[in-house]
Design a protein. Structure first.
Ligand code: ATP
Ligand code: MG
Length: 713
């Protein structure tokens, strides 16, 4: 049989991995060495050569974006459709299992997924009902405690209280939290995994069924699996199935969320007789980028150590821009992007990466000003926005009145005169009688225990939900969503809002209806379109701003850039305190993880990498003057080209910056261009025929021009 399409574009060790005979296998290799490619070709090999049926294969990746990409690449490679293959993230796959076996898992049929913001609110409420002071028991810390225990596979009854008051109290809160989730029929992200692990543990027949089904299990980004994910995989593999994992210890960046790089280090002892394959050739980045990234990661003392090389040319040096503040940084980056676009680069080939999601806003604003379509991955995603969640809370509540998280959100949004005292009474009653808040409101009202005004308001709310419970059967799904938003009175409410964001919020509500209209139920056989939509809202969290198929510049945090690649990459905010983040400053292990994150970010770039830092930055409302990041010092000079523009407003020109001119032009000088009109020179680079200047034109904004052709006077 002809297997050339599977093997031709692979080097020798890659081929060895793809065609490995039976048994478990670990591919350990640096960034861009073709791990993901190997994983995909391995699947094609199994199916087409080893004749493994597609439904016997389970592949796990780290993000929804990566899962989609994997699916489309495998479809390109194979002649038969891959539909029956399970490809997804740990959370997505666990969710699928729980939907199929909700009963055995002890869940209600319509259980809902709670994101971390919902979880935070629920915890706050529980602390209140237990009369625990927020300042002594910070809800964030409690949230972290609960999630970390779940990631370790521990329920409250499994945790040793060490006869310690603090620990005892935490366990008690955790227990209360569990009870509340069970009552409301909601699960958090960590619960998805823990619950599906327990599902298998408690139902040996079911486990056997899945073990028989998934004879081949493949995992990408294995270095970032946490304990429960590892245990989940191990259970499924058993002693018969085959596990094929790929990973890179230098790219472990989720230790702060419980990922255990040990999982990769211990693989060979946990799976005796497994084979280990190393890949060392990088196919992604040009020489300068790869060498600079290698130089940075070498500063980490604890690593397995790998030697990555490339056949590629040195390529362009890494550009380094020192902005005078964060606005200047965004302006510079977007100016550069415009140049790339003018030179024919596709928008989707350009990415802006940053350490914290709050940094996206200025880039977004500059992109909007320049009318460049963009998409933000991660960060404040569409489905996480407050008004969107308000609308979905109504949808959820109409479906299931006992969803306390949704109840809390909807009951007084828009405000209906249900005060904190009434709500406290409802919470107390719900807790005392272990019932939902909905039930508690009904009972309190009937018992005459409420003041007339509050009772009226509650009745009004109850009626509103009740009346709409059975109206959605005949009309298209998105119309029913639109109707729910209408009757909830959210649009009216935001219309009156004075915070200047009312219009935005209304547009976002419209966007919910759009999203519902465009929504295609991927789990048709398993879920109603409504449940599928709500699950999508929680799991995928709006990876589709911009138009789904519109070509967009990509914005994301460094964490969400994992596994991806782009011809042109910008990394902003390389400043001490921001990157490395100040939260990691005192902990050597965390600092190593930050450096790995820098390595991950830099190795996303294929042709051109631009790093920037700002000399002053407004952070959390106050001005700071951060030092440039240590990573900038760790890059050897020969790989860097510094680009400096003159501060325009805040500082006088220095002699040093004036020497940095291109040809006859001085920084700060007024110039005229035949087409763009009048402008001021902001910065310059290069010499002779490649000399370029950056000009801020009064009418058309900032542009880079090649001096020889620009015809400036
Ligand atoms: P990361 O560590 O960032 O996840 P990776 O090791 O998974 O990277 P891939 O994304 O699989 O690397 O590959 C990096 C790039 O190199 C891709 O564009 C891929 O198509 C290309 N590539 C990999 N192997 C080869 C090869 N043998 N010949 C040509 N191109 C290759
Ligand atoms: Mg990869």
């Amino acid at each position: 049989m002809d297997v050339s399409h599977i093997l031709d574009e692979l080097n020798e060790p890659q081929r060895e991995a793809v065609t490995a005979s039976d048994g478990n296998c670990l591919v350990l290799a640096g960034a861009g060495s073709g791990k993901t490619r190997v994983l995909i070709h391995r699947m094609a090999w199994l199916i087409e050569v080893e004749q493994v049926p597609v439904w016997n294969i389970l592949a796990v990746t780290f993000t929804n974006k990566a899962a989609r990409e994997m699916r489309s690449r495998i479809d390109e490679l194979m002649t038969s459709p891959s539909g029956a293959m399970w490809v997804g993230t740990f959370h997505g796959l666990a969710h699928r299992l729980l939907r199929s076996h909700w009963k055995e898992a002890g869940l209600s049929q319509g259980f809902q997924i709670m994101d971390s913001d919902d979880q935070f609110r629920l915890i706050k409420r529980i602390l209140k009902s237990l009369e625990l002071d927020d300042s002594r028991w910070p809800p964030r810390q409690v949230q972290w405690f609960i999630n970390a225990r779940k990631d370790e596979g521990l329920r409250p009854q499994h945790i040793d209280d060490c006869d310690d008051f603090f620990q005892k109290q935490m366990i008690r809160i955790y227990q209360e939290y569990e009870d509340a989730c069970n009552r409301g029929g909601v699960v958090d992200f960590a619960e998805l995994l823990l619950r599906s692990h327990e599902l298998w543990l408690n139902n040996p027949q079911l486990l056997e069924h899945y073990r028989k089904r998934f004879s081949h299990i493949l995992v990408d980004e294995f270095q970032d699996t946490n304990s429960i994910q590892y245990a989940w995989i191990r259970l499924l593999v058993g002693n018969r199935n085959q596990l094929f994992v790929v990973g890179d210890d230098d790219q472990s960046i989720y230790g702060w969320r419980g990922a255990r790089v040990e999982n990769i280090l211990n693989f060979q002892s946990d799976y005796p007789g497994s084979s280990l394959i190393k890949l060392e050739q990088n196919y992604r980045s040009s020489g300068n980028i790869l060498k600079a990234a290698n130089a940075i990661i070498e500063h980490n003392p604890t690593r397995l150590g790998k030697n990555l090389w490339t056949e590629d040319d040195a390529g362009e040096p890494i550009h380094l821009y020192s902005a005078f503040n964060e606005v200047d940084e965004a302006r510079f980056v977007i100016g550069r992007i415009q140049d790339h676009l003018e030179q024919g680069m596709q928008r989707s080939g350009i990415a802006i990466l940053y350490r914290t999601s709050a940094q996206s806003r200025l880039f977004e604003e500059a992109l909007i000003q320049s009318s460049i379509p963009y998409r933000v991955y991660g960060g404040m995603r569409f489905f996480e926005r407050a008004e969107v969640k308000d609308a979905l809370a109504y949808v959820r509540l109409i479906k299931n009145q006992h969803d306390d998280v949704a109840f809390e959100r909807a009951v007084n949004q828009p405000p209906r005169g249900i005060g904190p005292r009434t709500l406290d009474a409802i919470r107390l009653h719900a807790r005392e009688f272990a019932c939902s808040m909905w039930q508690a409101s009904v009972e309190l009202k009937q018992g005459g225990a409420m003041q007339a005004r509050a009772a009226n308001a509650i009745q009004h709310f109850i009626d509103l939900i009740e009346e709409n419970r059975h109206t959605d059967e005949d009309i298209p799904f998105h119309e029913s969503i639109s109707r729910i938003i209408e009757i909830a009175g959210l649009r009216e409410h935001f219309k009156k809002s004075r915070d200047g964001k009312g219009q935005d919020r209304i547009e976002n509500l419209d966007e919910v209806v759009n999203a519902a209209r465009q929504f295609i139920n991927p789990e048709d056989e398993l879920l109603s379109v409504l449940d599928a939509f709500l699950a999508h809202a929680s799991l995928e969290a709006g990876e589709n701003q911009g138009q789904e198929h519109e070509e967009c510049v990509q914005l994301m945090t460094l964490h969400s850039a994992k596994g991806l690649e782009f011809p042109i990459v910008f990394i902003g905010g390389l400043e001490e305190g921001l990157f490395p983040h100040r939260m990691s400053a005192d902990d050597p292990e965390r600092l190593e993880e930050e450096r790995r994150l820098c390595y991950v970010g830099m190795t996303r770039a294929m042709q051109q990498l631009t790093l920037s830092h700002a000399e002053s930055r407004r952070l959390h409302g106050s001005e700071s003057y951060p030092l440039p990041s240590r990573y900038l010092r760790e890059i050897p000079h020969e790989y860097l080209l510094e680009i400096r523009s003159t501060p325009r407003i805040s500082r006088p020109y220095t002699a040093a910056s004036q020497t940095n001119t291109a040809g006859e032009f001085q920084l700060g000088q007024q110039v005229t261009h035949p087409k763009f009109g009048e402008g001021v020179i902001l910065s310059s680079e290069g010499e002779g025929s490649t000399a370029r200047v950056q000009v801020n034109f009064a009418e058309t904004g900032v542009k880079w021009l090649v001096v020889n052709y620009a015809n400036l006077s």
